[in-house]
Structures are given as structure tokens and as C-alpha cells.
Design a protein around this ligand. Sequence first.
Ligand code: SAM
Length: 276
Amino acid sequence: MLYSQLFASALRSFPGGELPTAVEALIENSFALSRTRFWIVRDQPVRDAAGLRRFRLRLRRLLAGEPLAYILKEKEFYGETFCVSPAVLVPRPETELLVEKALGLLGREEARVLDIGSGSGAIAVVLALRSRAAVTALERSRPARAVLRRNVARFGLQERVRVLAGDLFPRGNGPFRMIVANPPYLSRRDWRQAPPTLRRYEPREALLAGPRGTEVLARIIAGAPARLAPRGWLLLEIGHGQHRAVQGFLKRAGLKEIDCVKDYAGIERVVVAQKD
Ligand SMILES: C[S@@+](CC[C@H](N)C(=O)[O-])C[C@H]1O[C@@H](n2cnc3c(N)ncnc32)[C@H](O)[C@@H]1O
């Protein structure tokens, strides 16, 4: 069998859809081929039996609906490759909008930043890499913190990113120039209606906030003013249809909304607020 035939037959096994990029990534990863090398060997026979076994096993997992990132144990975010495991949410492209906004506000400032619910550390690591900020990465889940620490070490950021355990806010830390969070924001109903593969593979505590979905956002907003420096910023990723509720929480907390970024689907996704 040629690599190109392996590729084509794998694609045929996806009913109703094609996942050429995922299958290509699986082949490259299973046979330890670079993208260029894969294109070079496309019309050569597959001789690597161990690679073929690895590929077939992984393909079965992909067919069962497991996210490619968990199979490959890595995911690209903001141009960097992060370790992931089922203990952490797979970083999403929408979250890059939050990072972009945060980097624009931070500029070259040596600011202190708090990332609440850091998960894999995607936000915290990119902020540390692309700005002069010192980041506190707070995460409640112990297995997620292990992945977070691995990523901090992978980028050699132990001096710039401090990993902490806690429930939303660190004790006795701050004030912060900026607080960022992509918290759980699904309601019970959203969770029930979410694709079965998401419910089956991604950590529930990373996604489900409570009956309404805005519970964690409300707690973060209420607690932020006491941890923010004067004129400090709060950047939050929010769910579909939550903007109005979030505006109410911000008003109650005395924070001023200064921007709201829409995602690629035109949904209000990142809210930026500032303390007076
Ligand atoms: C939606 S995920 C975001 C992960 C990562 N920041 C990202 O954007 O890919 C939310 C994260 O918040 C963590 N989390 C949930 N509730 C928390 C709490 N009360 N305190 C701290 N972390 C919490 C979850 O374990 C999860 O890792």
C-alpha cells in the first residue's frame, strides 16, 4: 500500500464528511514525517509496520469522535504548540481573540497579569511570550495544573509564569494590571445540547458553569475590582447570548465596558472592561 492510498482509504471511512487535515496530521505523526516529507513519500509504499499499527489505532479513535488534539497530545494556539491531555480543554481559536486584545492593551508594560482557569496555559504562556508581563496562572483542577506546568516548562517560562491552585482568585496576590479569563460558561441546557463528543472527551468542569451558564462569569466580575490596580483591565471570553447579562454584572461591580470583540461567527465573544 502507498501512503497516498492509506490517506485516501482513511478519508473514505469518515461517513458524511472529510477530515483531510486531521488524517494528514495523523499520518505525519504516526510515521514521524514532516509535512514536506509526507508529500515527498506520498507515492511510495508504506514499510513502517509499527507506524502503520500506530496510525490504525489512532484512526479508530478519531473515527469514534475523539478530538485530534487529545490523540496527538498537542494543539497549536497563537502559533505555538501546547501539550494537551483530557484533563484540559483543547484551546480554541476564539480564545486567540482575547489574547490579541490583551497583547494590544499590555504593549511593552511590565504588568502583572492574572489568568483565571488557566487550563493548558495557552493564554498565560502566549501573554508571557509576547509581552513583558509576569503572569499568575491560576487553576483549580490538579490534573490540569500538571499539564499547565508542563507547558510553562516547555517554553522555559518558570520565571515569568507562576502556577497557582485556587478557586478563581489567588489569596494575598495582586493588585493586577490585567485579569483575563476564559471561564466555564455553558448552562446545563447548553451542556445537554452540546455535541456528544465534546461531552464525552472534554472536561466538564472546564465547560459547565451552572444552571444559567453565567455563574462563574458573575463571580469573576464581582471579585475583580478588589484585585485590579486602578485603571486595570478585565478581559473575559463569554458564551453566545451572554453579553447583556455580563453588562449587568459589570455595572453592579462598578467596571466600565470599553470594548466587545465579535468572533468569526459574528458572536459577541470577548468583553473588555476597565476599573476607574
Ligand atoms: C474553559 S477552560 C479554559 C482553559 C484555558 N484558559 C483556555 O482558554 O484554553 C476553564 C478552566 O477553568 C478551570 N476552572 C473552573 N472553575 C474554576 C475555579 N472555580 N477556579 C479556578 N479554575 C477553575 C477549569 O478547570 C478549566 O481549566
